[in-house]
Design a protein around this ligand. Structure first.
Ligand SMILES: Cc1ncc(COP(=O)(O)O)c(C=O)c1O
Length: 489
């Protein structure tokens, strides 16, 4: 071990001193406008090149500009209804009532931005409101506490540490097709070989049980021994899994079994929570009284990264007691700007009645999609929905046995082509990162009625244009296919 330098020793020379630093882009350049080719070149040189190349070859890569909160324009000035951004845009882009609050905060307050270890009126307000909303529906949460972070996966990491500290030494139970994020411990709960394989061994032990199968869950509890189970982590509806609802009674039954054995249940409401599925909390609406709840996406108003882990007081206190209350922390959690946005977002969802609106519009949308599935069974195998979270499961574009590539790749390409077809027809949708052949529509919760109707009209026009899945292949010219093959194979 090298000894520390004595205080009076000269400071070693800075080996980079005197070298000029290059700063090729200035923020003003972007306000002035930057051409697409420059952005492509920069992303390709220094970003996730292959992802950008894939979306580029599909023609769905933007950049997009918002022409209203709910309408976008791509680089070809194509008009698109916004149903993308993975369920994280509750009010559309730059919704004026949210923007005004942010502007007012920046203009009028002098509160510090990162009050990690000091009081913050904004953070305290979001804590109080989140717990009040949850406790209005699940009264046992009246004394719960909130831990903030900046992404869904981070909220899951915090949840895992909370339950580990509370009930150490056991196995975590998760479910098939679950999606809880891609950071190291969250990844261990996301049973998808494509994402997990290179990173094994993963955090554990984890036991994966078939989603929706209460008997299998009960059997796993008995097999592991309930005392050896640390917690259960469950999505009330699997969003990235392709909008999969468990059978009626599954969540309530799971909650009852866990309560009997004192096993905490973590409800991952990162995608479903705060109105998206027509409920404040999809888990509570389905009869579960979770011990820990994770939130992200909607809480950030489509504008800032923010996530929250709400835990019952005893669970919270076990991980963060007394002088150990710094045991889990992060720099940006509870930062003031995200808290301003989160506070106003909760208020807008409440004031504008967006939970009930999402439920009503979701029913209308699902009826429209079901009609399409009936009319175009050679394109759409199934449609599913929960509030403003919709999935279209696309038929395979080609039987993979005739192609020199694996079935999974063919399915991924099929979903990508469906997204391209939607895009060409004026709908900005999203992929499902944990399901094959599923594209999703996750429109803003406050989408006006005329745009909602246009959205489903456009999905219908797309289906009519490609009534059999194999026809989706024709959305791409031979030159584009060559480019795609070069990237994907
Ligand atoms: C249910 C669920 N949990 C966790 C995550 C991970 O969130 P993030 O992408 O913000 O890390 C997601 C993201 O889609 C999600 O849907």
């Amino acid at each position: 071990m090298s000894a520390l330098p004595a205080l009076d020793e000269p400071i070693p020379a800075d080996s980079s001193a005197g070298k000029p630093v290059r700063l090729p882009v200035r923020s003003d350049d972007l306000f002035d406008g930057v051409d697409r080719a420059t952005t492509v070149a920069r992303e390709h040189a220094h970003g996730n090149r292959d992802l950008m190349a894939l979306v580029d070859v599909l023609g769905i890569g933007g950049p997009f500009r918002a022409v209203s909160p709910w309408e976008l324009e791509d680089q070809e000035r194509r008009h698109l209804i916004h149903a993308g951004s993975y369920a994280a845009v509750p009010f559309g882009e730059n919704y004026p009532p949210l923007v005004r609050t942010v502007e007012r905060y920046l203009a009028e307050t002098h509160d510090i931005g990162l009050p990690q270890s000091s009081l913050s009126a904004w953070r305290a307000a979001v804590e109080e409101n989140l717990v009040a909303i949850l406790a209005s529906l699940a009264p046992s949460h009246a004394r719960s506490r909130v831990f903030f972070s900046s992404s869904g996966a981070e909220a899951i990491e915090a949840a895992i540490k909370f339950v580990r500290a509370y009930r150490p030494g056991g196995t975590l139970i998760n479910f098939t097709r679950a999606y809880h994020g891609k950071t190291a411990a969250a990844l261990a709960l996301t049973p998808n070989e494509e994402y997990q394989a290179p990173f094994k061994p993963l955090f554990g032990p984890v036991r994966t049980v078939p989603y929706g199968d209460l008997d299998a869950f009960d059997a796993a509890l008995r097999d592991l021994g309930p005392d050896k189970v640390t917690a259960v982590v469950v999505e009330p509806i699997q969003g990235e899994g392709g909008v999969i609802r468990p059978p009626a009674g599954f969540l309530a039954g799971l909650g009852e079994l866990c309560r009997r054995h004192g096993i905490p249940v973590v409800a991952d409401e990162i995608q479903t929570g705060l109105g998206r599925t027509g409920h404040w909390f999809a888990s509570v609406a389905d009869g579960l009284d979770p011990d820990v709840v994770t939130l992200a996406k909607t809480l950030g108003g489509g504008m800032v990264p923010v996530a929250a882990t709400i835990a019952r007081e005893d669970i919270f206190q076990k991980m963060l007691p007394g002088v150990e209350s710094k045991r889990h922390s992060n720099t940006f959690g509870g930062a003031t700007l995200p808290m301003v946005v989160a506070l106003r977002s909760l208020e807008l969802i409440h004031e504008e009645g967006l939970v009930a609106k999402a439920r009503r519009d979701g029913e209308v949308g699902l009826v429209r999609l079901r009609e399409l599935a009936e009319r175009f069974p050679e394109l759409i195998v199934d449609v599913r929905g929960a509030g403003m979270l919709f999935a279209l499961q696309i038929r395979a574009v080609a039987p993979s046995r005739f192609l020199p590539v694996d079935a999974e790749l063919v399915d991924q390409v099929g979903a990508a082509l469906a997204l391209r077809a939607l895009h060409l027809g004026g709908v900005h949708g999203c992929y499902s990162i944990n399901a094959q052949r599923v594209v999703r529509l996750t429109p803003p919760l406050n989408l006006p009625e005329d745009l909602r109707n246009t959205l489903f009209d456009r999905v219908g026009a797309m289906a009519a244009a490609y009534p059999q899945a194999w026809r989706l292949v024709k959305t791409m010219s031979p030159a584009r296919w060559m480019r795609l093959a070069r990237i994907a194979l």
